[in-house]
Design a binder for this molecule. Structure first.
Ligand SMILES: CC(=O)N[C@H]1[C@@H](OP(=O)(O)OP(=O)(O)OC[C@H]2O[C@@H](n3ccc(=O)[nH]c3=O)[C@H](O)[C@@H]2O)O[C@H](CO)[C@H](O)[C@@H]1O
Ligand SMILES: [Mn+2]
Length: 397
């Protein structure tokens, strides 16, 4: 990313001095907006005075004006698009366009007025970095749908059904058709070594399935972990060109309630239902410094489940690539993290905070009784006979 050559020097006359001071202050703000585009300490970066409309005070409009100026004068169209999509490092083809919701409803809606004083009180609904934690009662589905449905988003959904886990597919797909991203374009990518056992499930219009053959394995840990590599490569080869958002879900699950556009964001993680009442010293993070998934004592926000990861395709690609690389580095050192890719995921999310968090409503376990916090179970792991379905046995979590 380079700045235009034409603006090389600061041109200053007497009464412009205070304006210059103000501009200098504004530069700091600007850095927040366009960082790493502009850095006043960088000798390669230059700034110039811009004609300011006399009627325009230094108010909220300055941000808009400065952004427009920078876009017009200094950024290529591609840079501009990169900023629009969060400025994240992009290893995907630039043809991938990511739509962002404009907070605009297409028609007049009647709904209960939101309050600034009343809301959920028995749960925390925002993280300390101001990402929402999605619970029943924190969003109005009517408003959410009216914003997102007109955007005609494409949602990729990956699910692995390797070996005996193919038996979970029918319930997964049938319940997803009832509850998961209803009225959206959903493309399921089913990774399996048993193509002939994939059930034929009737899908709503605009929804389809692609089966991707994968090898079997005699270690469930390997099957679970290898998902990261396959998600990474399938995004590079196919999903990156087709979808706006991606969900990566466990197959030994069923949907029981709405899972809609309230779950869309740049990087979405789900709180694991087994640990949300505990503090981080009790989380099953990887505690051996020899593993790349290591999280030292005293650190940690939440414990995230490996069963649901979601977000913009490019952000999930970055996460999957990271986990794959860490898993491979560990394997080269003959170490396997406590909970395989879930351990690496937790480390990644500690240092790359999710932009939205789904409460345990979105990842429950059938053997757990519902409690006061969880007013609705939307998605839950079915009870399974581990010894029977897994190619090798390991104690359950
Ligand atoms: C609730 C939750 O967060 N679950 C996570 C947890 O245990 P789980 O007990 O949920 O792991 P699991 O046995 O469901 O395996 C994870 C997923 O891998 C696939 N699979 C696994 C084995 C097999 O023989 N065939 C097959 O297809 C399948 O899609 C399954 O849903 O820890 C795992 C660590 O590795 C994963 O992070 C899971 O997502
Ligand atoms: Mn599972």
């Amino acid at each position: 990313m380079t700045l235009g050559r034409k603006n090389r020097r600061v041109e200053k006359s007497g009464d412009q001095k205070s304006v210059t001071m103000e501009l200098m202050r504004t530069l700091n703000e600007l850095k927040r907006l366009v960082n790493p585009v502009l850095d006043s300490r960088n000798p390669d970066h230059h700034y110039t005075l811009v004609q300011w409309p006399s009627t325009c005070p230094f108010s909220h409009r300055r941000e808009v004006n400065l952004q427009q100026h920078i876009r017009k004068e200094h950024l290529t169209e591609e840079d501009s698009r990169s900023l629009d999509s969060g400025g994240a490092e992009n290893s995907l083809p630039s043809s991938q366009t990511i739509q962002r919701p404009s907070i605009k409803t297409t028609k007049k809606l009647l709904y209960k007025q939101p309050s600034v004083l009343m809301g959920r009180t028995n749960v925390v609904t925002v993280t300390p970095w101001l990402a929402p934690i999605v619970w029943e009662g924190t969003f109005n589905p009517l408003i959410v749908d009216s914003i997102y449905k007109p955007m005609h988003l494409s949602i990729a959904t990956t699910v692995f059904a390797v070996g005996k886990y193919v038996r979970f597919l029918r319930d997964f797909l049938e319940t997803a058709e009832k509850h998961f991203m209803v009225d959206f374009k959903v493309h399921y990518y089913i990774f399996t070594d048993r193509r002939e056992d994939v059930p034929a499930v009737v899908l709503a219009p605009g929804r389809n399935v692609t089966i991707i053959p994968v090898p079997g394995s005699n270690r469930w840990q390997e099957i679970s972990s290898r998902r990261m590599e396959m998600i990474q490569t399938t995004i590079e080869n196919q999903i990156g060109k087709e979808a706006d958002y991606i969900f990566c879900l466990d197959v030994d699950t069923k949907f029981h309630g709405r899972w809609g556009a309230e779950t869309l964001s740049r990087l979405v993680a789900t709180i694991h239902p087994g640990y949300y009442e505990q503090t981080h010293e009790h989380y099953p993070y990887e505690r051996r410094p020899a593993s790349r998934a290591y999280i030292p004592a005293g650190e940690g926000d939440y414990y995230y489940g490996g069963a649901t990861i979601a977000g913009y395709v490019r952000d999930v690609h970055k996460l999957a690539k990271y986990c794959r690389e860490q898993l491979e580095a560990d394997a080269a050192n003959s170490i396997e993290a406590a909970w395989q890719e879930e351990s690496h995921l937790n480390r990644y999310l500690l240092y790359n905070k999710p932009t939205k968090i789904l409460s345990p409503e979105y990842l429950w376990q059938d053997f757990k009784a519902k409690n006061n916090e969880v007013q609705i179970i939307r998605f839950s792991q079915v009870n399974k006979n581990y010894a029977e379905v897994r190619p090798n046995v390991k104690k359950r979590k």
